[in-house]
Design a protein around this ligand. Structure first.
Ligand code: IMP
Ligand code: ZN
Length: 361
């Protein structure tokens, strides 16, 4: 990813590093475990897709596409709840099999291909995406298109997690013709795993306040019975209730996303069960769920030697990269957390240890 697409706190930390520190970060073997496919498409690829976009389909007008791309380029948010609208233009541009394949290829290359300095952004990528049936592309075709690109890399380099969206109805009765239901996503994940495709887990994401999480139990149990691992976005906002959080923890997830606002009871469960936490520093600061780097809950987990993985979440709107997120660990305060190289190396090692690929063996 060209450094010009990195901005904000991530760029400030990155720019403060010495060349040796930068090489140290880049050469660390590490895993990216929390990256949403459609949130990580390089802006240049979206501009390319906009050039060949068929406006006659009337999904979005030329003005809407251009202003959406401009918003993404200078992304800022009042709060996390206005975040999800940003995907409208991305979804409009990625609405054919060819566009999806192009975008997926670019995301994989961004994380896994060697850059000019001879190092990839990460040694292993667990990419996640929400199966999204679109005109002329069923959910089966969507997943097949993404997996064909993922599977071009060796199995120790890339795998896929299927995301459930909290806004999805659990089944058809409730969905009344909804695009896709929780039950259908789980069935796709199980089918693909049984077919030997590169699917390693199931995620829960989307608007943090949507949906009734108590309805997920039979679906998550069914996925776990097939050997799929579970990761859940949890307690992302102050408005997430304690019962919502405890309900999600009751599903025995292998990892958690964000886990920003856990109460004492929830923290005790996470620590006792040693549930790995995926932490996304720039994402939390830009979404304003964490006021500053120094108050980020990564400090809580580091003090307790708890398993964590530092990840990007959505490189496009948060204008970051995995290297830049690691720069936030190593840079001196106030630009970074000022961790030692030994501590940063340990976090990188940790990320590889909590990968679903590793847990499978
Ligand atoms: P996709 O699943 O590949 O389409 O990636 C984009 C989707 O990921 C968005 O529409 C959201 O549903 C989800 N997503 C991305 N970032 C976040 C986050 O920080 N919290 C919750 N959901 C997210
Ligand atoms: Zn996320």
């Amino acid at each position: 990813m060209p450094s010009s697409t990195i901005a904000g706190p991530a760029l400030a930390a990155l720019s403060s590093l010495t060349p040796n520190q930068l090489i140290f970060i880049k050469s660390l073997p590490k895993a990216e475990l929390h990256a949403h496919l459609n949130g990580c498409v390089p802006l240049s690829v979206l501009h390319q897709l906009a050039e060949t976009y068929d406006f006659s389909k009337n999904l979005l007008s030329r003005e809407e596409i251009l202003s959406g791309l401009q918003t993404l380029e200078n992304f800022s948010l009042d709060d996390i709840h206005s975040f999800f609208g940003a995907f409208r233009v991305i979804y409009a541009l990625i609405s054919t099999r060819e566009a999806l394949a192009t975008a997926t290829r670019a995301v994989l290359a961004q994380f896994l291909d060697d850059s000019s300095n001879g190092f990839p952004e990460c040694t292993y990528l667990e990419l996640r995406t929400t199966p999204r049936p679109i005109e002329m592309l069923s959910a089966t075709e969507y997943l097949d298109t993404v997996l064909k690109e993922v599977e071009k890399y060796p199995s120790n380099r890339a795998a896929l997690i299927l995301s459930l969206d909290r806004r999805m109805p659990v089944n058809d009765d409730e969905g009344k013709g909804a695009a896709i239901t929780v039950g259908e996503v789980i069935d796709h994940a199980i089918r693909l795993k049984k077919e030997g495709r590169r699917v390693v887990g199931v995620d829960l994401c989307g608007d943090p306040l949507a949906g009734d999480m108590s309805l997920l139990e039979p679906f998550i149990t069914k996925a776990q019975a097939t050997g799929l691992r579970i990761t859940l976005h949890i307690a992302e906002t102050t408005q997430n209730s304690a019962s919502d959080t405890l309900q999600l923890l009751a599903y025995s997830p292998s990892r958690l996303g964000h886990a920003t606002f856990l109460n004492e009871e929830a923290k005790e469960i996470v620590l006792k069960q040693s549930i790995a936490v995926e932490l996304c520093l720039s994402s939390n600061i830009i979404c304003k769920t964490v006021p500053s780097l120094s108050s980020h809950h990564i400090g809580y987990y580091l003090e307790r030697n708890h398993p964590i993985a530092v990840c990007t979440d959505d490189t496009l709107p948060f204008r970051t990269s995995l290297t830049a997120e690691y720069a936030l660990l190593l840079a001196s305060p106030p630009l970074g957390l000022g961790l030692s190289q030994t501590e940063v190396e340990k976090i990188a090692r940790n990320s590889l240890e909590v990968a679903f690929l590793r847990m499978e063996t």
